[in-house]
Write a protein of this length. Structure first.
Length: 398
């Protein structure tokens, strides 16, 4: 690895904590050590931090404070949403609609439910990774319980038509869940305007701490509240209003709230800067490196996401060679990076196996500079050229 300079371009996998978030967490490690369920003043102080954190996080998505439930991760939030809805409503039906490009935190729970006898419709996507609204309408049956479609894809960055999906769910009186882990804090989200009933998010994707996530659960009625359509899947001491038992991580949640506060203040300017860098990479690479192309939608994509394909070489080799040059990138989801199988997302958008193996995900972050991008663009062509010279997939060179 190049020790003199290291550029981090894997912010979709995780983000470095913002120093302001670290400061907030450290303050609460020292000052807010009480158990938020305790009745004494130290515990009540922790409880007040939780209330304030719920308010801050709810405000980012136009939700109510009490509709925010804290979890240990986005994955846990997805599992509570999925299994909680199914457990509560299994007598009403056995059909779930999702997509062929979900993150494994959603895809694998649904595959498990399929083993248990539930009927799953995995909606196809077009070459950009977008579902067709008409396909969603056609898939709905009298047995449908849940529509679960990610807000934005973690690999190719494509943003789904969430408002239109929410409108269909509302029209058919169906529950709508979205895994918004990649979108939360990066682009505007309004759960009321978009008719979202359940939304999952994670702190470490927006410069907050790992091990902290949240699930938004819409209050579906004055009498029954959120309990009208979802129930707990774990049982314990009654924390998080019985939805997620376990002593609450107050410092981590305070850090999450600080990260959200910063995102709310800086999202617009940050997005503009990231789109500028994103588009610079896309334009330069596709114009200057032969047999390269963009995966995902050209404009309807996350501001920080670039997913590039390079013919005749493997993405894992590109990642390793770039690492030697002092640049961190990835081939796709970090949760499946050790698998030798090609990305299910890239296969779903129509790429061949050998093409899917040749992808590189570059994800820009808050601390990415123009100089960082230029350094990446300086080093990338040499890496591609070297790998193509030794690749068994290379085309004949005269």
């Amino acid at each position: 690895m190049n020790d003199s300079k290291y550029i981090y371009l894997d912010n979709a996998a995780t983000t470095p904590m913002d120093p302001r978030v670290i400061e907030e967490i450290n303050k609460h490690f020292k000052e807010t050590y009480g158990n938020s369920s305790s009745l004494h003043s130290v515990g009540q102080k922790a409880g007040q931090v939780l209330l304030k954190s719920r308010e801050i996080i709810a405000s980012l998505i136009n939700a109510k404070r009490d509709d925010i439930f804290f979890t240990s991760s986005g994955t846990e939030a997805d599992n509570i949403a999925i299994f909680g809805v199914i457990s509560k409503n299994k007598e009403k039906g056995n059909h779930i609609i999702t997509t062929s490009i979900e993150h494994h935190a959603v895809e694998n729970p649904y595959k498990e439910l399929e083993k248990r006898g539930f009927k799953l419709t995995f909606l196809p996507v077009d070459k950009y990774g977008l579902i067709e609204i008409k396909d969603l309408e056609k898939a709905i049956t009298k047995k449908t319980l849940l529509i679960s479609i990610m807000f934005a894809n973690n690999e190719i960055g494509t943003i789904e038509p969430i408002k239109e999906i929410g409108a269909i769910a509302k029209k058919h009186d169906l529950i709508f869940h979205t895994d918004a882990v990649q979108a939360f804090g990066k682009i505007p989200i309004d759960v009321d305007d978009m008719n979202i009933d359940l939304l999952s998010a994670s702190a470490h994707k927006l410069y907050g701490p790992k091990g902290v996530g949240m699930l938004y659960i819409r209050n579906k009625g004055v009498r029954d509240g959120w309990g009208k359509f979802i129930e707990p899947i774990m049982y314990g001491g009654g924390h998080e209003r019985d939805m997620r038992p376990s002593t609450v991580n107050v410092p981590g949640i305070a850090g999450f709230a600080k990260a959200v506060e910063l995102a709310k203040e800086e999202m617009e300017g940050e997005s503009q800067q990231q789109m500028k860098l994103r588009d610079r990479i896309i334009k330069w690479v596709t114009e200057n490196i032969e047999d390269s192309y963009l995966n995902g939608h050209p404009t309807r994509r996350l501001p920080n996401n670039v997913n590039l394909g390079f013919k005749y070489i493997e993405g894992e080799s590109i990642v390793l060679d770039l690492d030697m040059e002092g640049i961190a990138t990835s081939t796709g989801s970090a949760c499946s990076s050790k698998s030798l199988d090609p990305s299910h997302v890239l296969l779903a958008i129509g790429l061949k196996h050998e093409e899917a193996h040749g992808s590189l995900r570059v994800s820009i972050g808050r601390f990415t500079s123009e100089e960082d991008v230029e350094y990446f663009l300086e080093k990338l062509p040499g890496v591609i050229e070297r790998l193509r010279k030794i690749s068994p997939l290379k085309k004949e060179i005269k």
